[in-house]
Each structure stands twice: as structure tokens, then as C-alpha cells.
Design a protein around this ligand. Sequence first.
Ligand code: AMP
Length: 390
Amino acid sequence: MILVINCGSSSVKFAVINPASGETSLVGLAEKLGSVDACISFKTNGVKTAATLSDTTHTGAMNAVIAQLTQADLLSSIRAVGHRIVHGGAHFHESTLINAAVLEQIKQCEPLAPLHAPANILGIQIAQQHLPQLPHVAVFDTAFHHNIPEHAHLYAIPKAISAAHQVRRYGFHGTSHRFVAAQAAQMLGKPLTELALISAHLGNGGSVAAILNGVSVDTSMGFTPLEGLIMGTRSGDIDAGLLPYLGKALNLDTTGVIDLLNKQSGLLGVSELSNDCRELEEAAANGHAGAILALEMYVYRLAKYIASYVVPLGRVDALIFTGGIGENSPFLRAKVLNLLAFLGFKLDDAANQAAFRGKSGNISSGVAALVINTDEEWLIAQDTALIAAQ
Ligand code: AMP
């Protein structure tokens, strides 16, 4: 069994997973860490338990995780720990066994992801203290996009500046795109190494990846997760000229403007209602003008990105929908496929309605459009088991 840990700034997600079957023995979440409301919940054998945390730190949360693993008699079956790490910088292009030198290199990526990296590093350190005898493996969100060619990953700014300051489009959601691409190959009955895929991970955050023969050749998120699609609360692509303009108009510093673009924009900002796609679909059905516009903008941007990835791929063998919205919204999937009919997609309405809440399937009777449930934790467990066995 593999313990998978995803340590965020105020939360720790964890799961105990069998890497061969994907079966989860225990899953849980410690949240609101650092506040008086800090709590932890577990689910094991379908039974849910929740408790408040008296020690509200990340260490307190990990103590509670270890206590729960002991109580559920799982601790002795854990062979390795897999850590989800948001940013691997230019250095890490695959999952890596963590030793002192690797941890140092992960720390050097901190300026590239100041919001996520400190928590990721803390998660490794605390887990290593608790489980020093086990191998720990880092699985990077950015790694899958490492091979995107220079002409696609560079920004058109002076090259010396890009080189000196590690400025490039890194991309994110790599673990999800990699997982669903492998699943798509299985569903299509073809080797991944012979497929041209476009993967759309659509959750509260969202990104599209062009995957040629199993390798990511372009993706919509960039130096940070702000670039690309319209997301729940992120604007996605905007003109950089807006930064100083909005700063002056709203009397905000750069951090304030970036905060606005990350947390108050996207579906939430346009609809002036919610970042939750389900809520917006309901409101749109009832004629809410903001919800209708937000969803229209979302679909338009998404379809434009998908169509543009025919350039690096040369063709499309399948489009993949995944993430909370991709897996559960027949409404948005239908709109996107109808806009992209010129690429050969032909909406199969019954299959589209049926692919919902955990059910995968092909929703196009033309070029394949696959709904696939992502499982990043399982891929982290698989990578961890493989590396720990070496
Ligand atoms: P994630 O970040 O992957 O958990 O995805 C969260 C997003 O999925 C939110 O915008 C949810 O509203 C959306 N979502 C979940 N279920 C549905 C559904 N049945 N219809 C539309 N959107 C959904």
C-alpha cells in the first residue's frame, strides 16, 4: 500500500492506495489548518469520521493521520509515501525518490510557486519525521509538460531574461493529463505512443494539453496556473497591459491585481453569481444573464484552445473531458463538441447524458470524445511504488 499526501497551505489530503488496483483503503482531508476551525475527516470502508484538531498545525494534522492509520491497522502495510508537488521547475521532469539533495532542489523551486511550494516542502519534512524508514517519492504537477518544445514553452520576451530567471510556460495538472491519456489509449484499444490526444481537465482550475504519442507538446497553463482557460475564479489569458491599468484604476499593487485575476475573476467574476458550474447551469436555465454570458465565454475559450492544438498534433484521434466539470457536465460538453463539429466530432446525445457521476464513455459518434474520470492519487501511488521498488 502507498500513502499519498497532498499538502496544501491550509489543508492536507491523504489516501492509502493499492497501486496495482487503485483501490483506496482510507481517504481523508485535514482542512482549515492554522485556524480555530481546523478539522480532519476520514473515510474508510465507507464509514466517515470527523474530528476537530487541537493542534491546528500541519504537524498536528500529520499526527492525526498517523494515529488514524495505526487505529485502522494500516500503518504496517504502507511501503512508501508519494507526495504531490506542485512545481518541479526546469529541473524535475519525472517522479523522483526524495533524498537530501532532491529536497534541496525542490526548495530551490519555491520562488516559482510561492503559494504552494512551502506547504509541499513542509509535508515532505513532517512525513519523513513520522515515517523515516520508508522511501518518499515526489510526483510533480509540472513534470509531464517538461518536453514541450522551446517554440511552445517560451514567452516572446528577451531570451536572456527567460534563461536567467527560469521564465517559461511550465504547465500544471500534468499528473491528471498523463493519467487520462493512458486511460484513453486503453479505451481506444491503441498504443498511447501512436495517438494524438487533446485532454481537457476542467475543474475549478482548468487546462488543456496536446499529447502526441504520449508526450505533452503544448498546454494552456503557463508560468503560473493563471494562463489559459477561463476557470472558476481565474481569468485565464488577459493582456498584460491590464496589470498597470487596473492597478491604477483600482488603487491596487501588483499582488492586489493578481489576486483579483486569480480569485475574483473567471466564471465568478463574469456571472457575478458563483464559480460553481452546476449552480451557473441552473441559473442560466432560469434566464440569469450573467450565468449565461459566463458559460458562453467559458465554452468559447475552451473550444478555441482545443481547436488550436490541432496545430502541434496535426490531427486529433480523441478529445478527453475530465475534472469535476468535464466528468459531470453534459451541458458544457455538448456545447463544446457542437462548436468543434468541423474537427469531426458528432455529439451522441444519449452517451453524453449517460457519462455522468463516475461513468466514462465515448460521447461522439465521429472522432472520439471520451469522458474519463481522473485519478491523480492513483497515478502518484503507481509512480511511488515503481520508484520505491528500484
Ligand atoms: P473539481 O475542481 O475537479 O472538483 O471540479 C469542481 C467543478 O466541477 C465545480 O465547478 C463544480 O460545479 C463542477 N461540477 C461538479 N458536478 C457538476 C455537475 N453535475 N454539473 C456541472 N458541473 C459540475
